[in-house]
Design a protein. Structure first.
Length: 128
């Protein structure tokens, strides 16, 4: 069953965008906190490798939940993956809005056409 869609004024954030923006703001405020008191601060304190390892672990857990086919587990693991992805984005100075803008740019494009365009861009960049 598909969720109903709502029309938003141009430039208005959807409720899901608001949640991502709020969560990104919380991550940003906690990143420099005490690693003994904040999980987010602990991840940032450990550095890039620890953050990326956690993203990989959560991605694997999502795959395993998908193999089990339990919707509640899938949702929980997807939420964990999104959270840790937001931590990684913050680590690299990026925002969920940038990812959403990229998804919006790709909207309506054939996945095969998008892949071919990215492949051509890589070849062009390597040739310069």
């Amino acid at each position: 069953m598909n969720a109903p869609t709502e029309s938003l004024p141009d430039g208005a954030a959807s409720p899901s965008q608001d949640v991502l923006a709020r969560l990104a703001a919380v991550i940003d405020t906690r990143r420099l906190g005490d690693p003994d008191k904040s999980y987010v601060a602990r991840l940032f304190h450990k550095g890039t490798d620890a953050i990326l390892k956690k993203v990989g672990e959560e991605a694997t857990e999502l795959v395993m939940a998908g193999k089990d086919g339990d919707p509640a587990k899938i949702i929980g693991e997807a939420a964990d993956l999104w959270f840790h992805t937001l931590v990684a984005l913050a680590h690299f100075g990026l925002s969920p809005a940038q990812v959403l803008a990229e998804l919006q740019r790709r909207e309506g494009l054939s996945g095969l056409e998008e892949f071919a365009a990215r492949k051509a861009q890589r070849r062009e960049a390597e040739g310069s």
